[in-house]
Design a binder for this molecule. Sequence first.
Ligand SMILES: C[S@@+](CC[C@H](N)C(=O)[O-])C[C@H]1O[C@@H](n2cnc3c(N)ncnc32)[C@H](O)[C@@H]1O
Length: 387
Amino acid sequence: MTASEGRLVGDLAKAIDESDFAWSLVLVGEDQRDKLAALTSDLLGKPSTTGDGKQITSGYAYWGIGPTIAWAHACADPFYLVMKQSLDSFTRRWSRVRGKVGSGFHHVSFGVGTGHKDRLVLDHLLDHNPDLLYVPVDMSSEMLRLGTQQATHGLRVRGHRVVPVQLDFSIPENLAEFRDLVHRMVGDEPVLYSLLGNTMANFDHDAELLAGLTGLVRPQDLFLLEVATTDALSDELAQDAVEEYARSRAYREFATSALMHNTDLTITLDAVQFRGAVEGDRALKVKVVYQNGTGGDIMMMLPDRTRVPFPDRDTIRLYLTRKYARKALDGVVGAAGMRKVVGTHSDFPVPRSAQGFGMDLLLLAPGGPDEPATSGSGSRARDIWEH
Ligand SMILES: C[S@@+](CC[C@H](N)C(=O)[O-])C[C@H]1O[C@@H](n2cnc3c(N)ncnc32)[C@H](O)[C@@H]1O
């Protein structure tokens, strides 16, 4: 970088820091037209009554201002218990693990959401590193703006030490570029990465996603993972998991928001259905689908203005989530080349529902249980980065 380029970046940072106007700088990693094309193509899937054809994949459910606002509303809904309890109990769970995070850490947050949890993490990290860099990553620029403001509000973090990045972190090529960017920004200083709010559960290939993200972790770094958990697996419990989502109208409004903003369908909340199942020996899985229950075929317009049939009984999968079997967690973590440094569990007293649902917060370091922490990430993560 030339001296004048260096001055430009410095001047911009200074101007933002000194302004009363709420400027935010965002690094945009991808062409948003490509994202729209991908969303369109996901809505072209074959007919399926079980949510296995047309779909809105994880990041797209939150993409844009409408879904962002709907998500913030859902998080505040007392009937959307998973998220409400996750937010309410985070302070307690974080206070039990944060002692293991040493000083000098920067923070990279995958999936910022409303930013409430990041704020608690930053508050602690700033005590030990006042000059820390905060890098929230999200597919939704609107979510980044909302979440970053909440995360940094009232904290001593200076504007130019906040670098929001708009990026789809489920794409391995994006992660490879992002890894270079982060490592160049922080040098050898340690980073606490986080994936909170059961975000991992939203991906079809959740194990690959986690391995991709933990592939950024170097021996000096740590990774904070929050997942929804269940003590046992059964069809009955899968139905109880369904109930948790089905109760909240605000959650249904959020789940249909991307569909409302990207198609010309007239949305009725009654068409939102929840299908629960046991996923092998690892999780309870809940699919949220939108089913054409009108009794006739509908034509649906997509973002590129093509019109496609949405036949009677056909579904669009709106959301995917899971509750992981607590016994399976070590395996999930180990497959991503990580080991647990410390973990905490909160049980959720869910009315009319099964006992044993809760939230686990795990602080992870690189290396399997038999591998020393300094030897880097394990097999799966290594495979991803080396090929
Ligand atoms: C379930 S919310 C969790 C928010 C927050 N971490 C919390 O615990 O409250 C998931 C967040 O991840 C973002 N997200 C989901 N899939 C993504 C993807 N593929 N790439 C980037 N961001 C994604 C969403 O926009 C949203 O902000």
